[in-house]
Design a protein around this ligand. Structure first.
Ligand code: 13P
Length: 254
């Protein structure tokens, strides 16, 4: 057991050079629990990775928001896993719903990317989640299981994988999943890992929640047994990201 609380900040396609510097200085000044209690990873757009890595406090880590499915080469506009490794970027977010839905990334494509990134030594935040239509038709668990299976079919070592459950209807909408809704899917996902991979992987893999997390709702969500942290979008660009990181304390005292 002992799943360390994980808080990721996904900056998405936001920020100027000046804004990024400002966010970093706010993060650097933040009074947060120690690395033994919470793992913090922020994910700027590719172009700001070196700046962020170079000026961010050393107890926070950086992630890219995507990488290419295989070794680099003649793939205009893509960034390879090897390049991230070369720049000492330890993490990458893969399978975000914005890429699945807007750019048409399939479950299999995401699974291949996760496997390749891991094979190059990156750690992966793998995103899964249902659309509103899928939730309303009662297929939430089926959808997240299929997304997870496409990863599980290609990955044997889950040590460097964090699963982010991000219901699409809760992303950027201000419509956060209730703690009970989040807990239900997280528990089902963990059950799925238990049955289809191993009890050890189920017990040790962090399943984090994403979708309209903010400074006001994070504590109640963090208190749920199977919520091991957050992947934060909009609020990760604001000072309240520090409060979200602090919600790790809820877990510690639980
Ligand atoms: O997509 C998300 C994080 O990856 C969540 O975004 P919001 O926190 O802005 O809803």
């Amino acid at each position: 057991m002992g799943r360390k609380f994980f808080v990721g900040g996904n900056w998405k396609c936001n920020g100027t050079n000046e804004e990024v510097k400002k966010i970093i200085s706010t993060l650097n000044a933040g009074d947060v629990p120690s690395q033994d209690v919470v793992e913090v990873v922020v994910s700027p757009p590719f172009v700001f990775l070196p700046l962020t890595k170079g000026s961010l406090r050393s107890d926070f880590h950086v992630a890219a928001q995507n990488c290419w499915i295989k070794k680099g080469g003649a793939y205009t506009g893509e960034i390879s896993a090897e390049m991230l490794v070369n720049l000492d970027i330890p993490w990458v977010i893969l399978g975000h719903s914005e890429r699945r839905l807007i750019l048409g990334e399939s479950n299999e494509f995401v699974g291949d990317k996760v496997a390749y990134a891991l094979s190059q030594g990156l750690k992966v935040i793998a995103c899964v989640g249902e659309t509103l239509e899928q939730r309303e038709s009662g297929s939430t668990l089926e959808v997240v299981a299929a997304q997870t299976k496409a990863i599980a079919d290609r990955v044997s070592d889950w040590t460097n994988v964090v699963v982010a459950y991000e219901p699409v209807w809760a992303i950027g909408t201000g419509k956060v999943a209730t703690p009970a809704q989040a807990q239900e899917v997280h528990a089902e996902l963990r059950k799925w890992l238990h049955a289809n991979i191993s009890p050890e992987v189920a017990a040790s893999t962090r399943i984090i929640y994403g979708g309209s997390v903010n400074g006001a709702n994070c504590k109640e969500l963090a208190a749920q047994a199977d919520v091991d942290g957050f992947l934060v979008g909009g609020a990760s660009l604001k000072p309240e990201f520090i409060d979200i990181i602090k919600s790790a304390e809820v877990k510690k005292s639980a």
